[in-house]
Design a protein around this ligand. Sequence first.
Ligand code: HEM
Ligand code: HEM
Length: 158
Amino acid sequence: MTAAYSRLQIALHWLIALLIAAAWFTHDGMGRALHQRIESGASGIEGNTLHVWLGGVVFALILIRLAVRAAQGAPAPVGTPAMQQAAVWGHRLLYVLMLAVPALGAAAWYGGIEDAGEVHELAGNALMIVALGHAAVALWHQYVRRDGTLTRMLRPGA
Ligand code: HEM
Ligand code: HEM
């Protein structure tokens, strides 16, 4: 446990949020691209789409982010015990989805596993919904409950 998120943790949080949104908005046509890739027997990284590059960078940054968190720790969640439990499990769910979504995408794209593509779509949409709920809760903390939660993700500790 630490008093605040570090500058690096804050930078990673916002950069990853931006890249996930970008990956989500570039998914158009990926279903068709996947079928063409499987039918033509292509593999490797040549012919990668922007969506695949963005998602791959997200995956690498999440691994770095988890390592930084393990090394530096994170501040304890605020609020009642129930709210703290909700925050801990909500954040765990976000981490699981952030790892699972690109991994499933890669299994479809590089492994040619079409079923993984289906689950990737579902998990990708679930990630966006959970992240939007997470953002709404963060805004509620900041502006309704006024406990400075959003400030923690904007202002680094010493
Ligand atoms: C955080 C990162 C990512 C997000 C949020 C994301 C999101 C999505 C979404 C929402 C779709 C559904 C498209 C549709 O409805 O037709 C999709 C499709 C797809 N994505 Fe991703 N994706 C990510 C990373 C990746 C990565 C890293 C890869 C490959 C290495 C990948 C490969 C694919 C493929 C092949 C499809 C088509 C699946 C199919 O139609 O069966 N994605 N992605
Ligand atoms: C794709 C979008 C996003 C993802 C995947 C995401 C994910 C996460 C995760 C996993 C944490 C926990 C950090 C840790 O303790 O290790 C976190 C913290 C936080 N996020 Fe996000 N986030 C996203 C977007 C946003 C947005 C848009 C906002 C603000 C409107 C926001 C506000 C916060 C705040 C304030 C915290 C700190 C919570 C606390 O101190 O307990 N996030 N985010």
